[in-house]
Design a protein around this ligand. Sequence first.
Ligand code: TXA
Ligand code: MG
Length: 369
Amino acid sequence: TWQVLPGADDRASQEAIAEAARLLSGGGVVAFPTETVYGLGADARQTSAVEQVFAAKGRPSDNPLIVHIADESQLEGLVMPVGDTERALMRRFWPGPLTIVMPAVPGAVSPRVTAGLDTVAVRMPQHEVALRLIAAANCPVAAPSANRSGRPSPTLAEHVREDLDGRIDGLVDGGPTGVGLESTVVMTEGPGVVRILRPGGITAEQLREVVPTVLLDETLAGLDMASSDQVAEAHKEAAASEQAGAAPRSPGMKYAHYAPRGTMLLVSGKAEAVRDYIQREVAAAMARGEVTGVLTYEEHQNYFTADEVVVCGSLEKLETAAQGLYAALREFDVRGVQSIWAEACPSDGIGLALMNRLAKAAANQIVYV
Ligand code: TXA
Ligand code: MG
């Protein structure tokens, strides 16, 4: 582990970045900070290196990886000529938490990166340490989140150590990440039309400022309601569409994800109804001798009595909830919580990504009260 905080440019930090870059060039796998979550990087052109990423994470091989670049010049030879819509997205959101799926130049990266698809997902992270590392390695860096597959993504170097200690060649500790949830993954469907495959750090509202038509993947349908009155109804539809087995276009979206070890239920509805439901269920579970947990927000923390009440930020500032979500989910594991109830949040802005991750963490067990 080397510590390189953003802004640090002393001798030791320079040497750490150079050493991590040498490991990447030599076919090693190195975890590093980005503005979203920590990534586990490998030279995207080296199949054996990419295979080590899958092995370290225990990740299914049909789930393709995001390729990280430090400069737009790296697009050359990686993707087919970039269209106007993609170009506009890059201008506005790169560097930043937006991943764009584009037609790949055949053979540009290992087929293990794209899982055999003819497209490749690319992003330029908005994190000085990540950008310095990618530039020094001078290669496209394939990097999924640096967690064991199925676990919450790491927002601290400590989380990477928890999951991957002894399984990777190095870890650059850059302190806490910023956004706390992964990048938004999009794909264009013709000029001026973009589809969100995975909601994330760039919101649908922000995309709409640049691209006239922003669609949601079928598996997310109904989650983009701004009014909290409509939310529960919308979530119901989303759950139904997911049960009907609509095939997700972003392959990773079909896996159980971000899950704490205990069982989790996501509870959606009006605040009082949610509170009453959760308190009833927690009391019953405690009576059965279970270790109980509630995931809630600052404004509601006094609503609940459970073995562990974990607050993951403020409903008034959902960005703080996004930052705190994964650490909160890990907290339940540290405390050995067996049964968890999580409060839903409104799904406008970053709330769409939050609700998506909460639903995944709950293995889509959602109740509407
Ligand atoms: O914020 C992030 O994106 C983080 C940091 C480390 O950059 N990375 C990340 O990677 O979340 P990962 O591997 O955990 O998620 C990659 C997502 C998956 O949902 C995957 O299915 C999708 O991107 N994806 C990758 N390549 C794709 C492609 N060619 N077509 C469609 N979806 C793709
Ligand atoms: Mg991941």
